[in-house]
Design a protein around this ligand. Sequence first.
Ligand code: SF4
Ligand code: SF4
Length: 186
Amino acid sequence: MKVIGPEEIRIDSTLAEEVARRSGENVFLCYQCRKCASGCPSRTFMDSTPTELMRYVQLGMIDEAMKGNTAWFCVSCQTCSTRCPQDIDIAHVIDTLRIIVQEKKIKAETNNIRLFNRIWMIAMKYIGRMYEAGLVGSLNLFTGKPFKDMALGVKMIRKGKIKMIPPIRNPFPTMKMFSRAKGLKK
Ligand code: SF4
Ligand code: SF4
């Protein structure tokens, strides 16, 4: 085994610095206690746990941090942020990573996750809440499988579990919120 001397160890802090600049969160405060991972409801579906994600960001391991599904499978429940003894808002760090991934056009290895995210955001912007039939239908359509889930969808609509017509009420408050957020970004 090759022994690596201290002069050969390099940590690229570019990603951590960008996350800190944009989110105000210092990932170097993380000492890997795993409290975030142990409370995360999505961790069994993630490529890496939130704890591992924090380490990847600390070490500047961009591919590991950004190509896996961890950031995308986070449901922003804030459990990790609440539990962190170092007061790191991990959910905010993850949100920031999602933005960076999209801006840098890094292709996530997870199938269709960005498309899912985009459709979900459009529904939130113009309807103000989730429209399940539209989300699944659009996702299947854009991925070339328009009839996938159709039988199940019809069954669910018949049983009143999901609605065929989007539940549009007053879309203006969420539209206003989106344009305000866009303005803050500039
Ligand atoms: S905010 Fe995301 S990463 Fe944190 S506990 Fe919830 S699902 Fe897991
Ligand atoms: S809870 Fe905080 S300190 Fe502990 S591993 Fe997660 S981010 Fe790091």
